[in-house]
Design a protein around this ligand. Structure first.
Ligand code: HEC
Length: 101
């Protein structure tokens, strides 16, 4: 019973762990506030989306956000992050959601 419970807890996305991945891999383009205004963002058209708006979140399901982090999109500066584990992608997606206000 305790084992099952701790497995269930471990499977929950961890936004704090996701914040560390974000700081290492995403912040240069997506910005410290998740508003798409990272230092490198100016180079890209279209630029990174603004994760602080309910409007943007209204256009994507959670599954689509996870898929977008994984996908290697030809022609996009979003290189895709196939090396991240499923748990790490879920963590970083949880961190992205925390930017929304
Ligand atoms: C080199 C710059 C760059 C880096 C690094 C980067 N992104 Fe992006 N990202 C972009 C740009 C530009 C877009 C918008 C254009 C596009 O989707 O191709 C985007 C789009 C997205 C989207 C929206 C895709 C959609 O559904 O439209 C998500 C989610 C995302 N990025 C998450 C991340 C995460 C998480 C990381 C780090 C693990 C990351 N990005 C790293 C530049 C970057």
């Amino acid at each position: 019973m305790w084992l099952l419970l701790s497995l269930a807890v471990a499977a929950e996305p961890n936004a704090a762990a996701g914040a560390k991945i974000y700081a290492a891999e995403c912040v240069a383009c997506h910005g410290a506030k998740g508003d798409g205004k990272g230092a490198a963002a100016i180079a890209f058209k279209p630029g990174p989306p603004d994760f602080t708006t309910a409007t943007w979140w209204g256009t994507r399901t959670d599954a689509e956000v996870v898929a977008a982090i994984r996908a290697v999109k030809p022609g996009s500066p979003m290189a895709g992050f196939p090396a991240l584990t499923d748990a790490q992608v879920a963590d970083v997606a949880a961190h992205l959601r925390s930017f929304r206000h």
